[in-house]
Design a protein around this ligand. Structure first.
Ligand SMILES: Cc1cc2nc3c(=O)[nH]c(=O)nc-3n(C[C@H](O)[C@H](O)[C@H](O)COP(=O)(O)OP(=O)(O)OC[C@H]3O[C@@H](n4cnc5c(N)ncnc54)[C@H](O)[C@@H]3O)c2cc1C
Length: 330
């Protein structure tokens, strides 16, 4: 790895690179370009060659395959030790990751062992004079700008949705793959995670939906959800909700979008009576086209909407549904 550059850690599960890692790569590409630094992408595993194929087309200087049998299954000790060795072998200036549960598990251990700072759950990079990282504090009520001092490397993890995965640049000339074999032994591994916890066995997977109609507190009562369901049906889409709707048990928890629900990126996201709190936005701002219907013209959802309708959803939604059905000839 070229020292002084940007290193992005891409995560794989079962040889499939997570979408959040493509978002982190996008952040890395923007940072590397702004500071004219090389960009390396590292993937860890027992033999991560299939996962590496996932990122091979991405624009980067090199891809590092960090390989050892003890890197699978995942353990925080093996990951932290392997990465500490990689970083010490040729120190990057920046180490970027997505803020997944796994990163939350091993990244503080790794940064602390190297006595270097970690800015976690960053939502944006400011690249004007020097890199500045924006984090939410007080549950999203304030934004803090963080810059680093002292010796690098500096560690940063990005909130899901901070960058768009489909904006990660690709190249026609795949970067070279370099193998790095850390020294690990079974005695290094002190804890082993159990099976990942799944809240509902038959959870609806909204991540694959192309069209989502999401309902917020503006819907006012459980019996009005049928209105949104008809629109979703007319659009051949899935129904989803903001958190208060699921907290009220008007819809099941597995239909919640947001920081404590699912993160989705459909082609079309229709938000009905949703204010656009940050905890909701992080789950849906990767959507390609956002349509918002809200009676408050200052609702923050309009900041991320491509099309905004200021008005009463109880008037607009039935008309919209009828017109869509008409245009489909039904
Ligand atoms: C730790 C934490 C995690 C959270 N996780 C999530 C999460 O995963 N997902 C999530 O969604 N939230 C989450 N929240 C909650 C979040 O902060 C907001 O409270 C929530 O998103 C608000 O939901 P809402 O937009 O439906 O309701 P509100 O904020 O009450 O907004 C209702 C909107 O409906 C509009 N409206 C009212 N009547 C009409 C009408 N007739 N026609 C059109 N518009 C109308 C209003 O103008 C308003 O903008 C979390 C909060 C915390 C603290």
């Amino acid at each position: 790895m070229t020292p002084g550059g940007v290193l992005v850690l891409a995560e794989q599960r079962g040889q499939k690179v997570l979408r959040a890692s493509f978002e982190a790569v996008r952040g890395g590409q923007l940072l590397a370009r702004a500071i004219s630094a090389p960009l390396a992408i590292a993937i860890l595993g027992a033999e991560p060659s299939t996962a590496i194929a996932d990122v091979r087309a991405l624009a980067a200087t090199e891809i590092i395959s960090v390989e050892h049998p003890l890197l699978e299954p995942y353990t925080p000790d093996a990951y932290a030790l392997a990465l500490i060795q990689l970083i010490r072998s040729s120190p990057p200036r920046w180490v970027l990751m997505s803020h997944t549960y796994q990163v939350r598990d091993f990244a503080p251990k790794m940064a602390a062992a190297l006595e270097r700072p970690l800015a976690a759950d960053v939502i944006r990079i400011g690249l004007e004079e020097r890199p500045v990282f924006v984090r939410q504090i007080y549950q999203g009520k304030l934004h803090a700008e963080v810059s680093f001092e002292g010796e690098p490397p500096y560690f940063v993890s990005f909130q899901s949705g901070a960058f768009r995965s489909d904006e990660a640049e690709t190249t026609g000339v795949p970067p070279p793959v370099i193998r790095f074999e850390p020294e690990l032994s079974t005695g290094d591994i002190r804890t082993r995670p159990l099976e990942p916890f799944r809240e509902a066995k038959q959870a609806v997977d909204l991540t694959k939906a192309e069209v989502i109609v999401a309902v917020g507190r503006g819907i006012k009562a459980r019996e009005h959800i049928a209105l949104a369901a008809k629109l979703a049906e007319a659009l051949d889409g899935e129904l989803a909700a903001s958190r208060p709707i699921c907290d009220n048990e008007w819809m099941p928890m597995d239909r919640q979008i947001g920081s404590s629900g699912q993160t989705v990126s459909p082609k079309l996201y229709v938000a009905l009576g949703i204010s656009g709190a940050i905890q909701h936005l992080v789950g849906m701002r990767g959507s390609r086209t956002v349509v918002a219907i809200n009676k408050d013209p200052d609702a923050p959802i309009f900041d991320v909407a491509d099309y905004g309708i200021v008005g009463d959803l109880f008037e607009i939604v039935p008309t919209l549904t009828t017109e869509i059905l008409k245009s489909k000839g039904s």
